[in-house]
Ligand binder design. Structure first.
Ligand SMILES: Cc1ncc(C[n+]2csc(CCOP(=O)(O)OP(=O)(O)O)c2C)c(N)n1
Ligand SMILES: [Mg+2]
Length: 344
């Protein structure tokens, strides 16, 4: 069995519920702490509503990211708007943190063409479904930034399973050799669908893989938004200063199904899931902010209502759009579609 979270030495900022171990991150002021909370709530609301919309037949198969929000918000808040983000399907809603309307992302999950965006409009790559293919894309873009003498960088998200793919090794090695300004954020939820981390690697920690590429590797608690934020900020600072890439492993344990088409009861450790759900990342951060005197019931309700309202408007707008023309399936794929693709 893989070592339990409690047995590992993880970077943490948020302490226990009685406040033991709480600390502040240098340079992160009260306004930024609250902005992080708004982002967490927006992502959580997007995710929970999407599962409902799926069950109502309003969006297609959906990759659930419940309890991955701390990794996503913590990392993106360490970036400037001119830095690039390369998401996998697990970070499908990351554009929300750049101001992208929920409608766009909902349309992606509805298979509607208005769900695709021009990456250059948002400095945000397309949602990558083929595992790890976004890693070389991000490495190449980061290297390009360096060649142009710009001081922006790239951040790429990928899972534990992705570290077994050739594209991961090619991308991280290229970034290391070229000293590209890239932050590699590994969301280690300890599952690749039904394949556990123990069947994925013999490495004790995925962050240890950084040694083989000659770059720094850092391991943080993936349910601690401030620990992720601090580690990403340090990596971004190093990248901008010409220090090259960093591999960050954000460790947690997947506490929701892989996606709406998955029933993990056949393979998952239910006791561990219950334990992880008890430590879920949004409530944990909310309690930290309350201890710091920055959040009360009224503000929590206001932030949650605003996120729910954004989702209601998002799905209404998505469903109001005209259906896509089925001819689009062929328009950019074939000069002449093969006969067996048409009825008559
Ligand atoms: C190249 C490729 N092979 C296989 C798949 C099928 N597949 C979809 S999700 C997944 C598991 C990926 O696990 P991980 O990288 O840990 O990411 P997570 O889903 O846990 O976020 C696989 C194998 C795929 N999408 N792409
Ligand atoms: Mg995984």
């Amino acid at each position: 069995m893989y070592a339990a979270l409690a047995d590992t030495d993880l970077g943490r900022v948020i302490g226990d519920d009685d406040g033991t171990g709480d600390r502040r991150v240098d340079g992160v002021d009260d306004a930024e702490l609250l902005a992080l909370y708004r982002s967490l709530v927006l992502l959580r609301t997007y995710d929970e509503r999407s599962v409902v919309y799926h069950s109502q037949g309003r969006i297609g198969t959906y990759a659930i990211f419940w309890n991955h929000e701390a990794i996503q918000a913590g990392a993106v808040h360490a970036l400037r708007d001119d830095d690039w983000i390369f998401p996998s399907y697990r970070e499908s809603a990351i554009g929300l943190l750049r101001g992208m309307p929920p409608t766009t992302i909902l349309q992606w999950w509805r298979g509607h063409p208005s769900g695709w965006w021009n990456p250059a409009d948002w400095n945000l790559g397309s949602i990558a479904v083929p595992i790890a293919t976004q890693v070389p894309h991000a490495a190449g873009l980061a290297w390009g930034k360096k060649l142009r003498g710009e001081d922006s960088c790239a951040l790429v998200f990928f899972g534990d399973g992705a570290t077994s793919e050739g594209a991961f090794h090619e991308g991280i090695n290229l970034a290391a050799v070229m000293n590209a300004p890239l932050v590699l954020m590994c969301n280690n939820n300890q599952w690749a669908i039904s394949t556990p981390i123990a069947a994925q690697t013999r490495a004790r920690a995925l962050a240890d893989k950084a040694v083989g590429y000659g770059i720094p590797g850092v391991r943080v608690d993936g349910l601690d938004v401030l620990a992720v934020h601090e580690a990403t900020r340090d990596a971004v600072d190093r990248a901008r200063a010409g220090g090259g890439p960093t591999l960050i492993e954000a460790l947690h344990y997947r506490a929701a199904p892989h996606g709406t088409a998955d029933d993990p009861r056949a393979y998952v450790d239910s006791a561990r899931v219950a334990e992880e759900r008890g430590r879920e990342c949004v409530g944990r951060y909310e309690r930290y902010l309350r201890r710091a005197g920055l959040l009360d019931d009224a503000l929590v309700a206001e932030i949650k209502d605003a996120a729910l309202q954004a989702m209601r408007e998002g799905i209404t707008a998505a469903e109001a759009e005209a259906p896509a023309d089925p001819e689009l399936l062929f328009a950019n794929a074939y000069v002449g579609p093969p006969g067996n693709m048409r009825n008559g």
